[in-house]
Design a protein. Structure first.
Length: 252
């Protein structure tokens, strides 16, 4: 019975764990993609607004105004730094945080200037997960006058994923505890009890008793009981014949 209980519990735990892990993995992937899409959308919207203002200052040759604008918008959520460059990749305005994270101009900016379009990428640099947006800045005649880089820290996405996995494992652990408890109760009430009563009945038959347990005491062993009844009757008759024969011998 213990082996049966253990096998049943292990099978249920494995089944529930696999299903829960698959569901959690799908949820994690969905949440991760949603967080990335949300960051990319915010970065794109902010980048368009910042590029329009940067182009205005560049066209007017107002570098102090460009510096004030960059530092004013550099405290956005998860934004590590902003860099404004001329078309020769010379830095015009670069925030201090950007210098610490990105000591050299990334190839992404060169690609954005060459293709005259916004380029983005998720990358890892110095053990930090980053999202980089590079966009060209245009002059009055719509020619490329420079470029802009926005760098976001995406470690918060990883932290959020770890939190989701932690919740998933806690949920799985709770399910396993409930499954073990319910399985043990079911085995005790629905298997161990009827089997114990059937064993007591067989023991009684072996000692010559013709007692038949109530139907509810045998539960799902009714089919077994119906097969055993003829054997029990044969055993009773044999036992009665033996007693009769022993009594007749004693009388003689």
């Amino acid at each position: 019975m213990r082996i049966l209980s253990l096998r049943l519990i292990v099978a249920l735990i494995l089944g529930v764990t696999l299903v829960s892990l698959a569901s959690s993995w799908y949820q994690v992937r969905t949440d991760k993609d949603a967080l990335r899409v949300d960051l990319e959308r915010k970065a794109e919207t902010f980048g368009e607004s910042l590029a329009a203002n940067a182009e205005y200052y560049l066209q007017n040759g107002d570098k102090p105004g460009l510096e004030r604008m960059v530092h004013r918008f550099s405290n956005r959520d998860h934004l590590l730094g902003i860099g404004i460059y001329d078309r020769e990749d010379f830095p015009l305005v670069v925030t201090h945080d950007l210098d610490a994270v990105l000591p050299a101009i990334p190839p992404l900016l060169k690609n954005a200037l060459a293709a005259n379009r916004t380029e983005t990428t998720h990358t890892r640099l110095h053990f930090k997960r980053l999202y980089i947006l590079a966009a060209p800045l245009h002059a009055v005649n719509n020619s490329v006058a420079g470029g802009m880089i926005l760098i976001y820290d995406t470690d918060y996405i990883r932290s959020q994923i770890f939190r989701i996995w932690g919740q998933a494992f806690a949920h799985i652990a709770g399910q396993i505890l409930v499954i073990v408890a319910i399985t043990l109760l079911i085995v005790r009430w629905s298997l161990a009890g009827p089997i114990r009563r059937a064993a007591q009945w067989m023991k009684a038959l072996r000692t010559g008793s013709n007692t038949v347990p109530p139907a509810k005491d045998l539960d799902f062993l009714q089919s077994f009981a119906r097969e055993v009844m003829p054997l029990a009757e044969s055993m009773r008759q044999a036992h009665a014949a033996a007693e009769t024969e022993a009594r007749l011998r004693n009388e003689n």
